[in-house]
Design a protein around this ligand. Structure first.
Ligand SMILES: Cc1cc2nc3c(=O)[nH]c(=O)nc-3n(C[C@H](O)[C@H](O)[C@H](O)COP(=O)(O)OP(=O)(O)OC[C@H]3O[C@@H](n4cnc5c(N)ncnc54)[C@H](O)[C@@H]3O)c2cc1C
Length: 454
């Protein structure tokens, strides 16, 4: 659906404001320049209106306004989409960040959250009862936006993806109705929401099943870059025999004056057994730093706030998937990583394994892959660093392309075109298009990794 840049006049806005209970932020407001910002500062867009909703009725009104005046609608949760889908130029941002309710039922091991709840906020509530949903590494990511795209974290090898925990969604559809989707209601939509959710509506409440999680054995092993080739080759062998619950993340990073390989592990099972599983890895080529110890899951999750992008950074990235780490792939990785243009650049890989990553499930999530999920990333703060950073990422990605499977995780995408979105859903893509024709035939929800209806 083409969108006009119809100007919202004072009369339209005051009529709208009369019924809207949240905050309306306009370009002339003091809050505007901060409110339009998303996590990736490379995205610099100017909506006509930011409608910070206070309840579901506000969301319905904002959807109706966008429909009536043919405005481009961006839906903002935590604002962490790499592509910057929490904002748009000339349209309306339907901002959910103020909707922060979390209701936990520890007996049923269920939690119900509003769409503004962030990862760390949910972890704090669930961990008070030694419970958790598998959340990602960044405490300030919006839980709903994350889970609707799949949602992968350190608990995934043991417990699955966040979308595997969704029991029920309440959402507002493109025709401004509030409905529920679950195994019992709008079952086809429930299938689509678990993996491709942002295409089908605005989720106003998500009910998630919780797992028991107390302490974990976790930490990192650090190696000088000169040992990266040997260690990665060792890990390729070691990973073949690890138990399902071990989370293994590898990062080749050019820290200031200290290019290195960082191997992070999280073991959410019995610590004694974990120590045995990790022993061969810890003993191989003695790392320069070994921080593996028993800690609370919350402490482990908070370590994610070290992410270099949690400041005023711009970022560029490309992601993909390797079925294995052959000698040529390892050489290409180490060689490219050591030529990173900025300090906050590198390649990170997660080794996915076990049933949650290998067995098909009845949902739209398109990245159940075993092997190495990778993302090449570069962060910068000065404008003159942008081009070298982007060139380096693209060159690295092109080098890895012949070794990659073509699969990609939708939450990793920037604005990379339709073929990459198709690749993120594989053989589920056509079914999603048919559902898009049913639930959003005019492609109202299109500021996302879009699945066009036609
Ligand atoms: C630093 C960092 C670390 C990350 N780590 C991980 C990780 O470990 N694992 C992982 O799986 N992902 C990770 N991600 C990716 C992240 O999960 C996705 O970018 C996710 O979409 C962010 O959701 P958000 O609500 O914060 O972002 P937003 O930009 O607000 O939204 C992202 C998309 O979801 C849609 N959306 C948001 N809320 C709703 C809603 N209520 N209803 C319908 N659509 C909605 C938006 O329209 C947009 O298309 C990370 C991202 C960052 C920036």
């Amino acid at each position: 659906m083409p969108h006009s840049r119809k100007k919202l006049t004072k009369t339209i806005l005051s009529r709208f404001a009369a019924h809207f209970e949240g905050d309306l932020i306009l370009p002339e407001n003091r809050l505007y320049s901060r409110a339009r910002r998303v996590w990736n500062h490379a995205i610099d867009q100017y909506p006509q209106l930011i409608a910070r909703c206070r309840n579901s009725d506000d969301i319905i009104r904002a959807v109706q306004l966008a429909r009536d005046y043919n405005l481009l609608p961006a839906v903002r949760g935590g604002g962490h989409s790499f592509a910057g889908h929490g904002v748009c130029d000339g349209g309306i941002v339907i901002d959910l960040s103020a909707l922060k309710q979390t209701i936990i039922d520890p007996v049923r091991r269920m939690v119900r959250i509003s769409p503004g709840v962030l990862g760390n906020e949910l972890d704090c509530v669930t961990q008070a009862f030694k419970l958790a949903v598998p959340l990602g590494s960044c405490p300030s990511t919006g839980v709903v936006g994350y889970a609707l795209g799949g949602g992968a974290g350190s608990l995934t090898p043991k417990f699955g993806y966040a979308c595997d925990h969704i029991a029920r969604c309440q959402l507002i559809t493109a025709d401004a109705r509030e409905i529920t989707a679950s195994q019992g209601e709008h079952k086809d939509l429930f299938w689509a929401l678990r993996g491709a959710g942002s295409n089908f509506g605005i989720v106003t409440a998500l009910e998630l099943q919780l797992d028991h999680v107390d302490q974990v054995l976790s930490g990192h092993l650090k190696y000088p870059i000169g040992q990266a080739t040997k260690v990665l080759a060792f890990i390729e062998q070691y990973a073949q025999a690890i138990p399902d619950e071990l989370f293994l993340l590898l990062a080749v990073l050019p820290h200031p004056g200290d290019r290195m390989l960082n191997v992070s592990v999280v073991w959410p099972g019995d610590p004694k057994r974990g120590a045995k599983v990790l022993a061969p890895l810890r003993q191989y080529l003695k790392p320069t730093e070994d921080t593996i110890q028993i800690r609370s899951y919350l402490e482990e999750q908070r370590a994610g706030s070290d992410n270099p992008g949690d400041g005023d950074y711009s970022t560029y990235r490309r992601a993909g998937h390797l079925e294995d780490l052959g000698a040529e792939t390892i050489d290409a990785i180490v060689e490219h990583a050591t030529r990173a243009p900025t300090e906050a650049s590198g390649i990170t890989m997660i080794y996915w394994h076990g049933p949650w990553s290998s067995e098909p499930r009845d949902d739209a999530f398109g990245f159940r892959q075993t092997g190495y999920h990778y993302w090449i990333h570069s962060y910068w703060q000065r404008a003159n660093e942008a081009l070298p950073a982007q060139r380096w990422v693209k060159g690295f990605f092109d080098t890895l392309a012949p070794y990659s499977s073509g699969a990609v995780y939708v939450n990793d995408l920037q604005n990379e075109g339709q073929e990459r979105v198709r690749a993120a859903y594989g053989d589920k893509y056509e079914r999603l298009r048919a559902l898009k024709r049913k639930y959003d035939p005019t492609n109202f929800f299109r500021v996302n990794q879009n699945i066009p209806p036609n």
